[in-house]
Design a protein around this ligand. Structure first.
Ligand SMILES: Nc1ncnc2c1ncn2[C@@H]1O[C@H](COP(=O)(O)OP(=O)(O)OP(=O)(O)O)[C@@H](O)[C@H]1O
Length: 269
């Protein structure tokens, strides 16, 4: 088992409920897409899986073999080093070199002396270059982060998690700043990398066609609750309409299909 959430709820300090009664489990090596309208709770769920709300969330959270609440601070840090996050807008310091940002993926795995030394002088430029090559950014190895476009920054964040090689990858809208072709190639890269390493991948996506085309399992979230949890092949148009009720269904990222409502199931394969 990679993770298991049981009766998980999350209420913020202002009293708003982000998650309620979440029951979700994944085997190690599964790839799951989270879909749902804006404000549904996708980021909150990814944050809970990333241990961000360890003390505020209710219910039980088993992550990579540990009951989160039973872990002391040191054990939580060790657990976090095995979890990799890809952010919609990666929090990379503007003055930092891309190489340093990518190598930061392993800071939690390295001894303190190596992590500190790497901040001053990159300890594994070749490794960072190889990870950047996978997102076609190897020429940006020594660029400063504030010299990159939003889409390039997003791909640096992905290179960082590819370099980290965590057991659990949590990707929050990882391709929102990329053009359709690059978005498809990048989601495919994340899915294939996770499959090859037998890592678990959970990605939130606004692009329903990418979710259905690239992920075997789809979890629909609405109002902080799981609306459905199904193999991609079983998600119906009616379920998608209900999930996004009151909103326009996200438009396909591919060229329009003859019946554009449900995208091709093999977009990624
Ligand atoms: N730090 C916070 N304080 C108070 N409320 C919050 C906080 N973070 C999220 N929320 C609320 O929790 C709910 C779920 O937000 P969340 O960001 O998880 O949704 P989402 O599905 O990721 O949305 P989007 O697709 O727009 O990114 C929303 O109603 C949001 O306003």
């Amino acid at each position: 088992m990679s993770f298991a959430l049981e009766s998980v709820g999350l209420t913020h300090a202002d009293g708003s409920t982000a998650l309620a009664d979440i029951r979700l489990a994944a085997r190690q090596g599964e790839s799951i897409a989270l879909i749902g309208p804006s404000g549904a709770g996708k980021t909150s769920l990814l944050s809970v899986l990333g241990t961000a709300w360890a003390d505020q969330a209710t219910g039980t959270q088993q992550l990579l073999g540990s009951e989160l609440r039973a872990l002391d601070a040191r054990a939580r840090r060790a657990l976090r080093a095995r979890i990799g996050s890809v952010h919609q807008a990666p929090p990379l310091p503007g003055r930092q070199r891309v190489v340093t940002s990518v190598l930061a993926g392993r800071l939690g795995q390295w001894p303190a002396w190596k992590a500190l030394a790497s901040l001053a002088y990159p300890m594994d430029s070749a490794g960072a270059r190889a990870a950047l090559a996978r997102v076609e950014l190897e020429d940006k190895l020594f660029a400063r982060c504030d010299q990159l476009s939003g889409g390039q920054l997003q791909r640096v964040g992905i290179a960082r998690v590819l370099y980290q090689q965590p057991a659990l990858v949590l990707a929050d809208e990882p391709v929102s700043a990329l053009d359709p072709a690059l978005a498809l190639a990048t989601v495919k890269l994340l899915v294939e990398d996770a499959a090859q390493r037998h890592a678990t991948l959970v990605a939130s996506l606004h692009a329903v066609d990418l979710a259905l085309g690239c992920f075997a399992r789809i979890v629909g979230i609405r109002g902080g609750r799981i609306a459905f949890d199904l193999p991609a092949t079983q998600v119906s148009q009616a379920q998608l309409q209900a999930l996004y009720a009151g909103e326009d269904l996200p438009q396909p990222t591919q060229a329009p299909q003859p019946s554009a409502a449900v995208p091709p199931m093999n977009a990624c394969r």
